[in-house]
Design a protein around this ligand. Structure first.
Ligand SMILES: [Zn+2]
Length: 316
């Protein structure tokens, strides 16, 4: 059997990362170009095309199964229509998938970052043994992707997996989406930092403040995480609570989908094992009894390459 290859494009606001990937998820060739998002959609498309040609030149003679693209914003399929990605100038509605299909005459799939990262874990990462799992991207916000029967479940309107906007309290904190009590409004990076700052009674002796360079307004989850590892009680308390709250939202999904496994990636997912224990305990506590057996909360395996790997994984 001839070896299959695919191209994965990770379209970020500043960089277009493109890679040629083999069927085992190894990167054969790659390219990084500025996105030119501050110009117009035509300029961005030109950069994508350029980067794809780049990797094909670096690894000539490879049979390409297709091209996958990870993009921000709302993606409508079929057609890979990318709507209003944040930080892209003049970009309203662009049929990116169709445009690339015309240019390269191969199958093209476009999906949002969280769904693509979920596919990456399913094909090449922590999810290879699980045909059904929920993927969470815990970073600035809380995103998600549903892997069902080994495939991403996009939903009839492309909006499935928005776990971050599950409400855990109808009288709770306001969320950017307009909702109330969304889990993202408690544990998304910015909110988590803000909640921590509010609870610091004295900056003197606080390891969190120390790791943030002495300025509480600079506190980020990484500082809280480091402080927790160094034994700071408030840091431990805040992160344990975040894990417990996340578990409440996850239990809702487990109850709905009859799933057992959640894989967590994203910037904040590097927190210590005690946070995973808190998520696990809270999920188990909040699902119906018959679903408790086998509940597992797992760390994602793929880091920065999840975008290109998952994008290529969509067409491999
Ligand atoms: Zn929300």
């Amino acid at each position: 059997m001839t070896q299959q290859f695919a191209i994965g494009v990770d379209l970020g606001g500043t960089t277009v990362k493109t890679a040629l990937i083999d069927a085992h998820g190894s990167i054969v060739a790659q390219s990084k170009l500025p996105t030119r998002a501050q110009e117009n959609p035509a300029a961005v498309l030109e950069q994508i095309v350029h980067s794809i040609n780049d990797v094909m030149l670096k690894a000539p003679g490879k049979k390409i199964a297709g091209i996958g693209v990870a993009a921000a914003g709302i993606i409508q399929n079929p057609g890979g229509i990318v709507k209003s990605p944040p930080n892209f100038k003049g970009w309203d509605v662009v049929p990116l998938g169709t445009e690339l299909e015309k240019k390269f005459n191969v199958r093209v799939e476009v999906d949002n970052d969280a769904n693509v990262a979920a596919v990456a874990e399913a094909k090449f990462g922590a999810g290879t043994a699980y045909p059904n799992f929920l993927f969470i991207i815990w970073g600035t916000g809380v995103g998600g992707g549903v892997i069902m029967n080994g495939k991403i479940y996009q939903g009839p309107y492309g909006g499935a997996g928005e776990v971050g906007h599950i409400s855990i309290d109808y009288k709770g904190l306001p969320c950017n989406c307009g909702g109330t009590g969304c889990i993202e409004a408690y544990i998304g990076q910015r909110y988590l930092s803000k909640r921590t700052i509010e609870r610091i009674t004295s900056t003197a002796g606080s390891k969190i403040v120390e790791y943030a360079g002495g300025d509480p307004t600079n506190i980020e989850p990484i500082h809280i995480s480091r402080a927790a590892e160094a034994g700071d009680p408030l840091a431990k308390e805040v992160l344990t609570e975040a894990g417990t709250l996340l578990g409440v939202a996850l239990a809702g999904v487990m109850n709905t989908l009859d799933f057992r496994v959640t894989i967590i990636g994203g910037g904040v997912s590097a927190v210590g094992d005690f946070v995973y224990d808190a998520i696990q305990a809270s999920t188990v506590k909040n699902v119906q009894k018959p679903l408790r057996e086998g509940i597992r909360i797992i760390r994602a395996k793929l880091g920065n390459d999840a975008g290109v790997l998952g994008a290529a994984g969509m067409v491999l």
